[in-house]
Write a protein that binds this ligand. Structure first.
Ligand SMILES: Nc1ncnc2c1ncn2[C@@H]1O[C@H](COP(=O)(O)OP(=O)(O)OP(=O)(O)O)[C@@H](O)[C@H]1O
Ligand SMILES: [Mg+2]
Length: 370
């Protein structure tokens, strides 16, 4: 999906590193954020997402690297450049609301214009426009603390948008909200971003949030970037075991390579059978090596038997449209999804089934010791 994004880079980071003592919280990262895109930094706790965002905002000074916003150098370790946060024209929303108790909605939203000394007419117009953008018209006089969590995050969003920033920085903005409000805010943010056409950098450790909101995602691990791609690219073609295991679910089978044939490898899964899968381009495997066959649960089929393994159903967990299933596959425990019925026949715990793993969807990776 490439709705209105352009290849023209808005913000670039080159070789950015931030150390705390000898520990690199952000380790030599390169990023190009394009105008009009939502770009997510996704990764587990402590991988350096917030530090990267704070560096972009100017709240943290990197040890090395360079950062540019269009033609303006914001930071350069070599050139000794460091533009302060208030001169970067970026709006920021944090996880905690950061709403001041003594101000009402109008005063909270207009605050960034007050400190930028905007003219009073300009201030009124822009403040009311920002409040309207986030759907809070009518709430201007309300003390900001007298609002629900979702409404408070909207106030924070309006405050970040009021001076029309080039880039909006969001650090886990919805993580304090309950699930329904969070889903609603996601939709509203996406619509708002499409309307305003600004660059958004979203920090999250929630893969659903990243996949659903972003045009592109950088997956981070230990201060480094593992892979950058569209949500579909990351979901369909993870390049590293870390990305594979971090985004979405896979049914995984341990086995041994018995043959290699171009881009396909044949894997023997002890006690369950022999199947073919597509070799990951980076994976170097030879006959006899341990391997891991991974397939998205929604690709597993029971109605065909072309490339199949035997399995016994240990447990079925009903989730509405399907089962989550725990299988015994030659002694290995495998988790996947199963349909509610096959050829009109409903599935039951204890059934022995043949799992068809279409060879173009099943991917072969280097084996992992467990
Ligand atoms: N001021 C600091 N002094 C020392 N270490 C720090 C400091 N700030 C962050 N770190 C460390 O740097 C690493 C990255 O922190 P960061 O806050 O960027 O992680 P994160 O990806 O945002 O995690 P989370 O999802 O938990 O918010 C962590 O190991 C953290 O402990
Ligand atoms: Mg963080």
């Amino acid at each position: 999906m490439d709705v209105g994004t352009s290849a023209e880079p808005l913000l670039t980071l080159r070789g950015v590193t931030k150390r705390y003592g000898s520990f690199a919280a952000v380790d030599n990262i390169d990023l190009d954020i394009r105008k009009g895109e939502v770009f997510a930094l996704l990764g587990p706790s402590g991988c350096g997402k917030s530090t990267t965002l704070r560096i972009i905002a100017g709240l943290e000074e990197p040890d090395e690297g360079a950062i540019r916003l269009r033609d303006t150098e914001l930071f350069s370790s070599k050139g000794g450049v460091l533009v302060p946060p208030q001169k970067r024209n970026m709006g920021m929303v944090f996880q905690s609301y950061a709403i001041w108790p003594h101000l009402n909605v109008y005063e909270t939203v207009s605050y960034p214009l007050d400190i930028r000394r905007a003219s009073s007419q300009d201030r009124t117009t822009r403040t009311l426009a920002a409040i309207k953008q986030v759907g809070l018209q009518g709430y201007e006089e309300r003390p900001a603390t007298n609002l629900s969590g979702g409404q408070q995050q909207r106030v924070a969003l309006a405050r970040a948008l009021v001076y029309e920033p080039d880039v909006l920085l969001l650090d886990e903005p919805f993580s304090n909200l309950d699930l329904r409000v969070r889903e609603q805010m996601r939709i509203e943010l996406k619509l708002l971003q499409r309307r305003l056409h600004i660059g958004v950098i979203l920090v999250t450790h929630d893969q659903v949030e990243a996949l659903s909101l972003s045009d592109r995602i950088a997956v981070m691990n230990g201060g480094r970037i593992e892979q950058i791609g569209t949500p579909v690219e990351l979901y369909d073609s993870p390049r590293t075991p870390f990305v594979r295991d971090f985004i979405g679910a896979f049914a995984k089978f341990r086995g041994r390579v018995t043959a290699i044939d171009g881009v396909f490898a044949t894997i023997e899964v002890a006690g369950a059978g022999t199947v073919r899968g597509s070799l990951r381009t980076q994976t170097k495997l030879s006959v006899g090596d341990d391997a891991l066959l991974a397939i998205r649960p929604e690709q597993v089929r029971l109605d065909t038997q072309e490339n199949a393994l035997d399995a016994k159903i240990e447990a079925l967990l009903f989730t509405g449209d399907r089962f989550e299933a725990v299988l015994n596959c030659g002694g290995q425990r495998v988790e996947t999804w199963l349909p509610r019925s096959v050829n009109g026949q409903s599935l039951r715990e204890g059934d022995v089934i043949r799992l068809d793993l279409p060879e173009n969807s099943a991917t072969v990776w280097a084996g992992e010791r467990t």
